[in-house]
Design a protein around this ligand. Structure first.
Ligand code: GAF
Length: 385
């Protein structure tokens, strides 16, 4: 098989199923520039889609069943309507596919049976939303193969439902929105309550800048349980404060609100409310074309995740500190936490030096070497051919 991800999906299709796919659909991974753990609090996020993509080569199957092959596994996973209609019956990576079929059927759509072959350049387990990429690419394929009446604005909610209710991960709507609605050269400013989006120009290249993504390689220990615990704590706090969601606590009212809470809840709430404000401030600066000036907001976001929301780990903090010491304008963990990736805003011609400094700091601390990659904002889910 070749190295190109689309070619790998096609080759996988031919090899597993024989014949040609009817088409190929792609969806990217994402990083979040700023706005962490704000989405399920009805707040604001500013992610962008990555140039790394997942590709699905697919064709209709007349028997009304679904076969899914992924390069992660030798054997295809097969399921029919009975397994698709019962959350949890399909597990592992194939649950993201079955979840999409489930969500479509639950919304009243007639989903065609299909053969699907999946190849991906989005690393699994690095916090770059490889699961949302699978969901979005499969959704794009099934909507088109079945000529379903489902405009793309409604895809993120549906893919989120697949993840929440079929897979059982209580995530918000950021990742699915980013990988579906992302646009090249832009960050996606999303109001997670209304789902209103604004494409914010984020032309790093023209400014001589780059975003360096550092894969911390920290194992995602306890990530699921801790994520759910943070979400619950936010929901309890909103109830205690008498608001629908933490988004409704205005920054001006923050001190009075915090005074009514226990110490841990106070710190959780302070993170969410100040993080929403940092997203709004970042958007203002980007609208004014002042990309370098967002650096301190990124770094403040990291401190808030580390000290108040308590979702960072030593590898992640080391990467942020080393990137800043090597001259990054700002750096922060991106994604759900407890591992995953850090992003650093750097001068394009300094990216290699910053990456080397982080790698050296890792060696000093005895951590396994990090992965590093510079990225530009890319487009969302699409049909390739
Ligand atoms: C994960 C979730 F999937 C998102 O919904 C979001 O909550 C994020 O963590 C934290 O901002 O990526």
């Amino acid at each position: 098989m070749g190295n190109d991800v689309a070619a790998r999906a096609t080759a996988g299709f031919r090899q597993r199923y024989g014949g040609e796919p009817a088409g190929r659909w792609a969806a990217p991974g994402r990083v979040n520039l700023i706005g962490e753990h704000t989405d399920y609090n009805d707040g604001f996020v500013l992610p962008f889609a990555l140039p790394l993509r997942t590709v699905v080569a697919a064709a209709v199957a007349d028997d009304g069943r679904w076969s899914v092959w992924s390069e992660l596994d030798d054997e295809p996973v097969e399921f029919g309507p009975a397994e698709a209609d019962e959350p949890g019956r399909v597990d592992g990576w194939a649950a993201y596919v079955a979840g999409v079929v489930w969500a479509l059927r639950a919304a009243g759509h007639t989903v065609p049976g299909a053969r699907l072959a999946i190849a991906s350049d989005v690393p699994v387990g690095s916090g770059l939303s490889s699961s949302a990429a699978i969901e979005a690419a499969v959704l794009a394929a099934l909507v088109e193969l079945g000529s379903l009446d489902l405009p793309a604005e409604r895809w993120p909610r549906l893919a989120q439902r697949a993840e929440n209710d079929y897979v059982g991960a209580p995530t918000g709507i950021m990742d699915q929105s980013a990988v579906i609605r992302g646009r090249s050269g832009h960050a996606l400013f999303l109001d997670c309550r209304t789902e209103a989006v604004e494409q914010i120009p984020f032309d790093l290249g023209a400014a001589g800048l780059a975003v360096l993504v550092i894969d911390s390689r920290a194992p995602h220990r306890h990530a699921d349980g801790e994520y759910a615990a943070r979400r619950k704590s936010c929901e309890r706090a909103a109830k205690a404060l008498g608001v629908a969601a933490l988004r409704d606590v205005a920054t001006g009212d923050l001190d009075a609100a915090l005074a009514r809470l226990d110490d841990e809840t106070r710190r959780r709430v302070r993170h969410v409310v100040t993080e929403d404000q940092r997203v709004l401030d970042t958007v203002e600066l980007l609208r004014a074309g002042r990309i370098r000036d967002i650096g301190p907001l990124l770094t403040a976001s990291h401190a808030s995740m580390r000290d108040d929301f308590e979702i960072t780990v030593p590898e992640i903090d080391t990467a942020v500190e080393a990137a800043l010491a090597a001259g990054a304008y700002g750096a922060r963990m991106t994604g759900g936490g407890f591992g995953g990736c850090v992003l650093a805003l750097v001068d394009a011609d300094a990216a290699d030096a910053v990456a080397a400094a982080v790698t050296a700091a890792y060696a000093d601390r005895g951590f396994a070497a990090p992965g590093t990659l510079t990225v530009l904002p890319a487009g969302g889910a699409t049909r390739l051919d």
